[in-house]
Each structure stands twice: as C-alpha cells, then as structure tokens.
Write a protein that binds this ligand. Structure first.
Ligand code: SF4
Ligand code: SF4
Length: 441
C-alpha cells in the first residue's frame, strides 16, 4: 500500500513503524473472512482492512481521532486472527496498538465511558482491589437490570452480571516464595501470578506448580511482579503498560541473575502474548530494550514448556472427551496450536476441536464488558460449536475465555494444565463433577 507521510512525521518512531506495517498491506481482503467483527457485523469498517484504512488516514493526516475511528477500533477484539490469515505479514497488532495509543492521547471520550474505562484500569490489574470489587458486586447485582436500562450504564450492568457468585479463597501459591522440586532437580522457572486469574481461578497456578515440582522443576514466585500490562495496553494507556512491563522485567532479571531461570511460565495466553512483546514495547528505552528482549525470549506458555520435558506415563486413564478451545492469544498471538492438544492426547484424553476454531469467543480482556452485545453473539456462536463436538468437558489456556465461555456453556471448562496435573498425579480439577470422571474411570 502506498503511503504519504512527510519526513517530519516519520521522525516519530511510532509513526515510522506504523508506516512500515501499512506498506506491507496489499488490500487483498483475505483477512476479512476470518475477522470476528466483520463476520458478525458485515461492515467493511469493522474488518481489518477497513480499520487499516481508517488508521492510515488518521496517521497520515496527523489528525486527532474522531468518533468514527474510535467506534471501529473499539470494536476490534485484538484477537489477531487477521495476522494468521494475512499472506503479506502485516503486523496488525503493532498497528492497532499504536492507533489505540493515538486515540487515548487525542480523543476525549464521553464522560461515562471515561469513568468505566478508568474504573476497569484501576481495579482489574490489582488482585486485592479486584477481590474487593467482586465482593461489592454481590451487593450491586440486584441493580443490574436498572443499570441496563440506561445505555451509558450498560457496561456497569455487564460487570455485575459477569462477576462470579462466589470468590475462591486466596491461595498460598499466589504468595512470593520458592517451591522446591519433589524429585531430582531438572530445571528452574519463575511463574507469573498475574492479576485477575489468581482471584478468579487460583487452582490454575496451583495445578501448574504442583505438576512442575512433581516433574523436578523448581518454581519461584518472585516478589514484586504484577499485572503484565495487557489490560491497560489494549486501552491505549501506553505509559501505564510500559510501567508494568518495566517492573516485571526488573523482577525477572533479578531472579535470572540470582538463581538462574530456564523459563518464565505464563498460564494465561493473553498475558503470554504481551510478555513475549515486551522486547518490542520497550525497544525505544535504552535502559530496558536489551533486558526486555531477554525476558520476552524466556516467556513460555505452560504447555509450550511442558512439551520440552519428558513426561512420565499417566497415573490413571483419562478416557474423557475434551473439546479444546484454542484462545486467540494462544493460536494467533503466540502461534501455539499443536502443543496443548498433543499434551492432552498424550495424557489419554480424546481431543475434539470445535468448528470455526479461529473465531474469538468474545472475551478479549474488557471487551465483553465494553462491547457486550458483540461479545455475547460471539460467545453464543462459540458455545454452540463447542457443544456440537459432543465432548463432556472444555479445556483452554486463558482465564478470559474460561470466564466468558463458562457464562453460557452447560459443561465444565477448565485450564489445560488442570487436566494434565490431575492425570499426572494431582487432584481432580475444580469444576469437573465427580460423576463425569468416575464414569470414565
Ligand atoms: S484483531 Fe480480530 S477483530 Fe481486530 S481486525 Fe483483526 S481479526 Fe478483526
Ligand atoms: S490480508 Fe493482509 S495484506 Fe490483505 S488486506 Fe488484510 S492485512 Fe492487508
């Protein structure tokens, strides 16, 4: 695609990078067929190609964002299906990240929208605030129908509806500390505790630590790490995301020098995609660019890391049929398509893949709150496809998808690592009813 930026505009490194990306696009439109918002809404401006044109126009003309571009960029899930489909290697992720930062700097959103986005950024990345807000949500739930009747307050109603009815107790595995291997030491890793996941489903990291230590891996939960920054990054809050990234880079670099690390284990693929991008995000910061690139290289999804280990024979048969839902951040963001399924099959599960596996479930960070109607349409489509597999349980690798799909699916949904931990000697995963497992045993 031909571009028209002035030499002065190209002095801005963000614009220069976007210009390189734009030039790669050949307007072929292949990406439209796999874009969930285009498939749902049928509007070219809600397709990757349409958004690319809008972003190009805004950046080339050095214009502040307007209502139209905000509407269509906000509707993008950042699912990155378009990157998997694109034959020209267009890095839509970096382009839309730049566009979102530009929107955040140049567009004044309506007051309620600003308030809700601010509230989400204030609460979600902090486990203690998030836990408190879930408790408060229980009291607020009866007001959800009332809030729903006012257009601007609908996201608040959705938040109340999505909040789980019970909040699990705080896990000791989320506390900083060292978990020694149960057998001869084969390796040493750090684990990201994250922000929302340890509050909503502490069992995921518990299963991960149990499984790894049984396999002879020392696991450290480093002091000082926090949210990976994905949440604010997707809101265009660039500086806040970079602060999160720098803090985590410092913590893991210290751990790397002190005890050595073979990997940084991530159990939420959304976070994994962002951490693997730290090298790019901090490329312009001379104090962090090298360190961040090292950290990005060390980041591994738990399934990616497990495939590098020799796993023992399963401790008991797992003849369950599992529908594997590949999170967008897993398949499109990290290109991990084979590993989770191979591990489940090797553990004895029968794995079925739902139709339209490339389409997002509508979770996408805070998307299911801010764009609730599109998110619900995508969720219902996803659940229908999953249920058509005839599986008795769903496995996936991202907490956002777990929460989103669980809100409509009739069968239990667990993290892939919870099933693996169970088969290799751990307890039955929370949420899997005993009769299902007993029937298979
Ligand atoms: S990231 Fe997903 S929703 Fe956004 S343009 Fe690409 S395919 Fe469409
Ligand atoms: S598939 Fe790639 S090259 Fe074709 S329009 Fe989409 S982004 Fe551009």
């Amino acid at each position: 695609m031909q571009t028209n930026f002035t030499p002065q505009q190209l002095q801005d490194p963000g614009v220069a990078e976007s210009e390189k990306i734009l030039r790669k696009c050949v307007h072929c439109g292949f990406c439209t067929a796999t874009c969930p918002t285009y498939v749902t809404l049928g509007n070219e401006l809600d397709s990757p190609r349409g958004r690319i044109y809008l972003i190009k126009d805004m950046l080339e003309n050095g214009r502040p964002a307007d209502e139209q571009i905000v509407k269509h960029v906000d509707r993008c899930l950042s699912c990155l299906a378009c990157m998997t489909t694109c034959p020209s290697g267009v890095n839509y992720m970096h382009l839309v990240d730049h566009a979102r930062a530009h929107i955040e700097k140049t567009y004044k959103r309506p007051v309620m929208n600003r308030f809700i986005r601010g509230l989400l950024a204030f609460v979600l990345p902090y486990p203690s605030r998030f836990r408190l807000s879930l408790t408060a949500a229980k009291l607020g739930r009866p007001f959800a129908p009332l809030l729903k009747s006012v257009q601007a307050l609908k996201p608040l109603a959705t938040m109340l509806e999505l909040a789980p009815k019970t909040v699990p107790a705080k896990s000791r595995f989320a506390e900083p500390g060292l978990h020694k291997p149960a057998t001869e030491k084969r390796g040493r890793v750090a684990i990201l505790t994250g922000c929302a996941q340890p509050v909503l489903k502490p069992g995921i990291n518990e299963a991960t630590i149990r499984l790894l230590t049984r396999l002879g891996i020392e696991v450290v939960v480093p002091k000082g790490e926090g949210c990976c920054g994905a949440l604010v990054h997707h809101m265009g809050r660039e500086e806040a995301a970079l602060e999160d990234a720098r803090r985590n880079v410092d913590v893991w670099t210290r751990e790397l020098h002190d005890g050595g690390l073979d990997a940084i284990i991530v159990t939420a693929s959304g976070c994994g995609t962002t951490i693997k991008d730290y090298g790019y995000m901090l490329r312009l910061d001379p104090a962090y660019s090298d360190k961040a690139a090292v950290i990005s290289g060390l980041a591994k999804d738990i399934t990616e890391y497990l495939t590098t280990l020799d796993l023992p024979a399963p401790q008991h048969p797992a003849n369950l049929v599992v529908a594997y839902h590949s999170a967008c951040s897993m398949q499109h963001g990290q290109k991990l398509t084979r590993q989770p399924k191979d591990l489940l099959k090797a553990a004895g599960f029968t794995v079925r893949e739902p139709a339209e596996g490339h389409l997002c479930c509508g979770s996408a960070g805070t998307y299911n709150i801010m764009q609730a109607e599109i998110a619900r349409t995508l969720r219902d489509r996803k659940v229908k496809n999953i249920e058509a597999t005839g599986a008795s349980i769903i496995a996936t690798g991202n907490i956002g998808c777990i929460t989103q799909i669980a809100s409509a699916a009739k069968m239990p949904i667990v993290h892939t690592v919870e099933l693996l931990d169970w088969v290799y000697g751990g307890p039955r995963p929370e949420g899997v009813p005993a009769p299902v497992l007993q029937a298979a045993e």
